[in-house]
Design a protein around this ligand. Sequence first.
Ligand SMILES: Nc1ncnc2c1ncn2[C@@H]1O[C@H](COP(=O)(O)OP(=O)(O)OP(=O)(O)O)[C@@H](O)[C@H]1O
Length: 275
Amino acid sequence: MVVLKANGLKKRYGNFEALKGVSFELDSGEILGLIGENGAGKSTIIKILTGLIEPTDGKVEYFGRDFGEFKEVKNDIGYLPEVDSLYENMNALEYLSFFASIYGVKDKRRIDELLEMLKIPANKPLGEFSKGMKRKVAIARTLIHDPQILIYDEPTGGLDPSTSLFIANFMRELKKKGKAILFSAHNMYYVESVCDKVLILKSGEALYYGPIDELKAGKKYVVHYRENGREDRFVTDDIKELNEFIQGLTASGGRIVNIYSEAMRLEDVYFALVS
Ligand SMILES: Nc1ncnc2c1ncn2[C@@H]1O[C@H](COP(=O)(O)OP(=O)(O)OP(=O)(O)O)[C@@H](O)[C@H]1O
């Protein structure tokens, strides 16, 4: 079931066009990764989706309903901003209880469940938590009202690999429970390992939107060669380019050391697209 649909989103800040007409959909039980270099427009999309700013043009629908009724769907969304400040003198239990009361969540077992799932100590002040632990508390906060849609702005940003992996695996578990997740990231590995679909942005435009498998379906060819006494590598996904390179190399007296094909990684495709 499509839970979120964005159609032709545009955003202008003064004369600057930060988004130039971006469209995508998100189904329940699906993870969509938003990638793009700094300033590509990821946070702008996320802020539009979470009602913090309005698009200059275009439409967002939740559960087939118009964005105009955003207040009604607010309880169905869990939002993790890129940076958020927690109440540092509260402990995790107090903090989550506070948000549970804001959302009108009566069943306190939800808090225990989240603390357990995210391995968060209940009684330690948040001010004494590491950056990764704070991020987990913020993630727990997004889940307190058991929303269907999760919108996370760089959930793994600035975290060490093992915490990032924990969060990536946690998102996978949420997906299994039928949650629809949209998240932005810089680290391609986490996008590649958890996403079903990706939206690659550059300067406010979608360079690619679709299933991640299709994007990586291609092969790349790697040539290790020796020329003028030094060894180097040539990589391409284009067979014509490969042939031209080999012809040029042999014509100039170079020698192929090894040649093989590799499956594409998201990182290769991404850099080929954005450059
Ligand atoms: N309030 C604003 N006023 C003017 N320009 C803005 C505003 N917010 C964002 N921009 C510009 O819009 C563009 C997109 O910004 P956005 O924050 O969406 O990028 P991003 O992809 O999230 O980048 P990052 O990875 O650095 O977080 C950038 O060029 C940014 O400078």
